[in-house]
Design a protein around this ligand. Structure first.
Ligand code: B1M
Length: 219
């Protein structure tokens, strides 16, 4: 079991997506995050263990190496692709259709920001806890959030930002939408944010992780 966790972690750190992927050259012909995650699940490894034991720590290591300039954007992108290929296998485990729908949740990564792994994870967990999710993708402008809210006035809105620079566009979007929809529930998340920032810009909650977002929605 540990073997799968370690192998999946290595694939994400090295950006090995699947068997066909020629990158990285020293892993050519070997299974990638895609196949190993599928196999691990078939062999009884729990989805949550793969997520918290392999995938999230592996991206943390990638982030540290990136910060120290030991990895560069194309390599980080390959790691992100490997992570997303593994996430596809986990989705059914977090989104069983048996749960009664509780409401609608709109989510997007704010304008200027292309990071979507955390947002996808939040979206998956929330869908899994019984919400219909409208995922607007990345680089979402205020107007796009607004359109989605107009069409779903009882929805809860969620925004993700991973860059200190895009915290500004989050602020702009939240303030704009808050002016028009004073009672709308808005939650925000992403590594550079905190609770003070969330309340200053008029969001109802800062969720440091998907679990906090799910608890808030279900409360
Ligand atoms: Co970027 N990047 N990146 N990057 N990247 C960071 C965020 C960075 C911290 C790396 C570093 O320097 N150590 C740094 C930001 C510094 C800062 O501003 N504070 C950074 C930078 C600088 C950049 C570029 C500017 C680099 C450049 O071009 N010079 C550039 C910007 C592009 C853009 O967006 N316009 C860039 C590009 C990229 C890639 C495209 C290569 C790739 C993204 C691919 C993709 O997402 N499809 C990438 C990646 C992968 C990262 C790191 C390595 C990993 C991010 C990630 O996916 N983490 C990241 C370093 C790091 O985080 N350690 C980094 C895993 C994910 C599960 O965690 O996203 O934090 P996270 O989500 C968490 C929580 O935050 C929370 O729940 C999730 C699960 O626990 N959460 C929410 C997130 N959203 C939420 C919403 C909620 C609730 C909770 O409710 C709505």
């Amino acid at each position: 079991m540990d073997n799968y966790i370690e192998k999946i972690s290595i694939c994400i750190q090295k950006g090995k997506i699947n068997m066909d992927s020629p990158y990285p050259p020293d892993m050519k012909g070997l299974p990638g995050a895609d196949e190993l995650t599928g196999e691990a699940l078939k062999n009884g490894v729990k989805a949550n263990e793969i997520l918290t034991g392999a995938m999230i720590p592996a991206m943390g290591i990638v982030g540290e190496l990136f910060k120290d300039k030991k990895l560069f954007v194309p390599q980080v992108l390959m790691s992100a692709k490997a992570m997303n290929s593994a996430l596809v296998h986990l989705k059914p485990y977090f989104t069983s259709g048996e749960i009664k729908r509780r409401g609608t949740f709109i989510i997007g990564t704010v304008a200027g920001d292309l990071h979507d792994i955390g947002k996808n994870l939040v979206s998956m967990m929330i869908e899994g806890s019984g919400w219909d999710v409208i995922d607007l993708g990345v680089d979402v402008k205020s107007e796009q959030f607004l359109e989605a809210v107009k069409s779903n006035p009882n929805a809860v809105l969620g925004m993700s930002a991973l860059l200190t620079t895009t915290m500004e566009s989050m602020e702009k979007s939240v303030r704009h939408i808050r002016d028009l929809y004073p009672n709308l529930r808005i939650l925000v998340g992403g590594a550079p944010l905190n609770s003070e920032f969330a309340s200053r810009i008029g969001a109802n909650l800062y969720a440091p992780n998907p679990q906090v977002a799910v608890e808030y929605l279900n409360s």
